[in-house]
Write a protein that binds this ligand. Structure first.
Ligand SMILES: C[S@@+](CC[C@H](N)C(=O)[O-])C[C@H]1O[C@@H](n2cnc3c(N)ncnc32)[C@H](O)[C@@H]1O
Length: 252
């Protein structure tokens, strides 16, 4: 399980990009005071925190299959309703929310259309479902530098470019298949400054996500080669990494 990791490791690896992404996804979903919202695949809470800021804890619910991340949400936001569950089986009644969102999650769902259908089911009629996935296919995700270097060393590497929603237009197709209406597609962009190469690299060694699974299969020598290949490919420090996520919203 790629996300059976400490919340702190996730924050350092991906949270540095997903925290600035969250207000943009909340804006796309039109989240504003008075609504009840669900964060699907909440992780340790990048989007949850943004929803709490806008709606208050009592109006926010969250789910994630990772035990560690559910515990982190319980600790960070004790009044948020959080459940250990996957998108494909949401433990909520029909039409319970004004909006349901999945930030950087659709590509990890075992059945993305079933997951989105569940999000539609728990959203009120004409409520909003929104999601985003990094542009792994277009090489504009925050992990692209790493995967490009890995591919140089091993052309057969299984990166994240083939995953659901990671290419332009695919989220829209999935939204349509899930029965959403008035679908709009766009992209969201974050820029994060990295003071040194080591600050950028170190979280890649923490075992988080598919990168973590991949790195765990490499012997130390191969890992060192990959690090040096990344160093050669990265801009001189300090450098700003700009990443793009494909995003879509639709009405239930
Ligand atoms: C890249 S993280 C995104 C976390 C958080 N939304 C964020 O933006 O930082 C992907 C999350 O999806 C969760 N996940 C994986 N499969 C899932 C599924 N089928 N349904 C819901 N969440 C899932 C993982 O446990 C992980 O927390």
């Amino acid at each position: 399980m790629s996300f059976a990791v400490a919340a702190d490791a996730y924050d350092r690896f991906m949270g540095r990009y997903s925290v600035p992404l969250a207000p943009q996804l909340a804006d796309l979903a039109g989240i504003s005071s008075g609504q009840h919202a669900l964060d699907v695949g909440c992780g340790p809470g990048a989007l949850t925190a943004e929803l709490v800021r806008r709606l208050g804890s009592a109006a926010v619910s969250a789910v994630d299959p990772s035990e560690q991340f559910v515990a982190a949400i319980q600790e960070r936001h004790p009044e948020v309703t959080v459940r250990r569950a996957s998108a494909e089986h949401l433990p909520f009644p029909d039409q319970a929310f004004d909006a349901a969102m999945a930030q950087l999650v659709v590509h990890f769902m075992a059945d993305p259309v079933a997951g989105l259908r569940e999000m539609v089911r728990v959203t009120r009629k004409h409520g909003v479902v929104a999601a985003c996935v990094w542009d792994h296919a277009g090489g504009q995700g925050p992990l692209s530098l790493y995967w490009d270097a890995a591919r140089e060393l091993d052309p057969n590497v299984e990166d994240e470019s083939e995953l659901a929603g990671a290419r332009e237009g695919h989220l829209g197709e999935l939204f349509e298949a899930a029965g959403l209406h008035e679908i709009e597609e766009t992209h969201l962009t974050v820029s994060v400054e990295h003071p040194t190469f080591e600050e950028w690299w170190e979280p890649f060694t923490l075992g988080v996500g598919l990168v973590g699974d991949y790195a765990a299969r490499l012997d130390p020598e191969r890992q060192a080669q990959l690090r040096e290949r990344c160093r050669e490919r990265s801009p001189a420090a300090p450098f700003v990494l700009t990443a793009r996520a494909w995003a879509a919203r639709g009405l239930a």
